[in-house]
Design a binder for this molecule. Structure first.
Ligand SMILES: [Zn+2]
Length: 627
């Protein structure tokens, strides 16, 4: 059996709650990301070819994807591509290097084997032009068929993964495009599978069974597929069809499935109201539950998202929170997008300084929409926002623009994904400042509605920095945000919570608290709770704990207990110097260590409602939370 060793940090986890769910006491999420990511950084290199290359023109492109009970045991998806050749010269076919939304180079050609090219049963000569590009000598052939096997063994929502009765894949993984030619070609996809297995995708049905069509390559590769045995159902919400497909069968049933649909019915109208549009004909939430997932991770598309979750997550607020985040991307980033990323380029990295808007403010909208639709209450909003403040405080100061730009290289200092939390907080502050300047008549909603109309609906140019800040300024009645941009977006200054939050009836209470520490950071993985780091000079180091050990039990609390952190902090809050028995696993051995408890001081900033809020501040708070 092939097992992917490849690991990537979740696309999105609201850290505060993630920590509450799994290992609150030790783990800094961003640190975990850094540690988890470090060994998997790929060299970021553009295509090898020095001169612009162009394929012979091709047309009539049809893809055929086979996944059935015969190919599933080898976790193989068989891919065919047939087309007509419209001119001389070699046909150059490339696979993308990345999937939009997953900002890293993956080179999907890595998973290709048994490549062949034929015409009328005759083999054609081919070689590689670069590592993502096949060069086929058509030799006068008018109609060509290319085929290959794709190893679907990556449990990663940007790639492809298969089990005995199921596969998901992204179009970027398997659909070749002609190099150097326009990407607006139409194509069809036919899926061949067992008669009783299902096929689900956002692509438009093409008339014949299990055949779909896309109007351009960009659409084609933005519509992932489920094939096999899984649960799928649908509902009409805001006059559109909304579907949910979940694997394995039976994993999301009964009250949990009902809650999902209940939340969808509340959330979608609230999202539509932010942008004043429902942009899809139909929308699909694809869900994979797998216990090797350390948390939750999902990837957005124009009319769907694909999430991979630990089964533990189902009843957590994280589940609707991630769902809302990914669905808001259907507006923010799949349609309203920084000009740097219009159109997507699949062969090379496409860095932008605007992920703090595309990801961070998407996350702000997620909290706001959950609140406005009643999925969470004000306390829920405060908890989510508080978590983002804590994560940002625990990360080295970094400019939002720089963090956005650098994500492609997965920085190891913990700043690699902080544009989610810190960008969300920047959105919160901007929303407050706009509402304060306009007496709550305008808000960040207006900025997004404005840019959505002008830089997506009227003409899809994407927004520039000038357009973004002018829209912010307009909404705030002409107020300048140059200083905000210089200090908090392009700069590294701490956010001005003390002056801005009270304008919306919030305040940040700063406390110094003493709490027990062992001096380790840990992260859950598929084998348990793994020690990622042992602080030099800590009691844990003195007791002989090492990175790579697995924690089993601390005192009489199992590390698997979801409330481990709270129990540990309350039970040992006054236990300075007490030796605690700690059970660990090292390789095949189970060891018992004695670790002394040490109390450490920590500055805690707590977000709370301001009891002395003015009438205007309360109006602004309600404007944000209630719409
Ligand atoms: Zn996102």
């Amino acid at each position: 059996m092939h097992t992917s060793q490849r690991s990537r940090p979740p696309r999105y986890i609201p850290a505060g709650l993630y920590l509450t769910l799994l290992q609150p006491h030790m783990l800094s999420f961003s640190r975990w990301v850094a540690l988890a990511t470090a060994p998997f950084v790929f060299p970021v290199t553009a295509a090898v070819a020095q001169t612009p290359v162009q394929s012979a023109p091709i047309s009539g492109i049809r893809y055929e994807v086979t996944f059935d009970a015969r190919t599933a045991p080898a976790r193989t998806i068989h891919v065919g591509m047939t087309f007509d050749v419209g001119g001389p010269g070699p046909v150059l076919l490339s696979l993308p290097a990345w999937t939009p939304g997953a900002y890293e180079i993956s080179n999907f050609a890595r998973w290709v084997s048994a490549f062949s090219a034929t015409s009328g049963g005759r083999s054609l000569t081919w070689d590689k032009l670069d590592y993502d590009t096949w060069r086929i000598r058509a030799d006068g052939a008018k109609n060509v068929t290319v085929s290959f096997d794709y190893l679907a063994d990556s449990l990663d929502n940007a790639i492809a993964w298969a089990r005995g009765n199921f596969a998901f894949f992204n179009g970027t993984n398997i659909f070749l495009y002609p190099e150097g030619r326009p990407m607006d070609f139409t194509a069809t996809v036919t899926v061949k599978t067992d008669p009783t297995w299902l096929v689900t995708t956002g692509m438009k049905p093409a008339g014949t069974p299990r055949t779909y069509t896309a109007a351009s390559y960009h659409d084609l590769v933005d519509m992932p597929f489920f094939v096999g045995q899984y649960d799928v159902d649908s509902a009409q919400i805001a006059n559109k069809t909304v579907r949910m497909a979940s694997w394995p069968k039976g994993s999301l049933q009964g009250a949990n499935r009902a809650t999902f649909w209940d939340n969808q019915k509340k959330m979608i109208p609230a999202m539509g109201a932010v942008f004043n549009d429902i942009p899809w004909d139909n929308y699909t939430t694809f869900i994979v539950f797998d216990s090797t997932s350390g948390g939750g991770s999902a990837l957005e598309h124009q009319s769907s998202h694909l999430g991979i979750y630990t089964p533990l997550l189902v009843e957590s607020i994280l589940f609707p929170s991630i769902t809302a985040h990914e669905m808001i991307h259907a507006w923010n980033v799949k349609r309203l997008r920084p000009a740097d990323m219009v159109p997507y380029r699949y062969s090379q990295p496409q860095p932008t300084t605007w992920l703090w808007v595309s990801e961070g403010i998407t996350d702000y909208w997620s909290d706001v929409v959950l609140s406005r639709s009643g999925v969470i209450d004000t306390t829920g909003f405060v908890i989510l926002t508080q978590g983002k403040i804590e994560e940002t405080n625990a990360t080295p100061p970094v400019a939002l623009e720089d963090a956005s730009l650098s994500t492609w290289i997965h920085p190891t200092d913990g700043t690699g994904y902080i544009y989610y939390q810190k960008g969300s907080l920047a959105g919160f502050l901007l929303d407050i400042l706009i509402r304060d300047a306009s007496d709550n008549k305008k808000g960040l909603d207006d900025v997004f509605r404005d840019l959505y109309q002008t830089t997506y609906k009227q003409k899809w140019t994407g927004f520039t920095g000038e357009q973004w800040w002018s829209a912010v300024r307009r909404a705030a009645g002409g107020k300048s945000f140059d200083d905000f941009n210089a200090k908090y977006v392009d700069g590294r200054e701490p956010f001005p919570y003390a002056s801005v939050l009270p304008l919306a009836g919030f305040r940040l209470k700063v406390d110094t608290i003493r709490e027990p520490r062992l001096g380790v950071s840990s992260a859950p993985d598929s084998s348990g709770v793994r020690v990622a780091d042992v602080q030099p000079g800590s009691p844990a180091e003195a007791a002989g704990l090492k990175p790579g050990d697995y924690l089993l039990q601390v005192g009489d609390i199992s590390v698997r207990d979801p409330s481990f952190g709270e129990q540990f902090r309350s039970r040992y809050a006054k236990a300075e110097g007490t030796k605690l028995p700690v059970k660990i696993r090292r390789g095949e051995q189970t060891l018992d260590l004695q670790i002394a408890v040490k109390l450490a001081e920590r500055m805690e900033q707590r977000l709370m409602l301001d009891p002395n809020a003015s009438a205007k501040a309360v109006r602004i708070r309600n404007g944000i939370l209630k719409g």
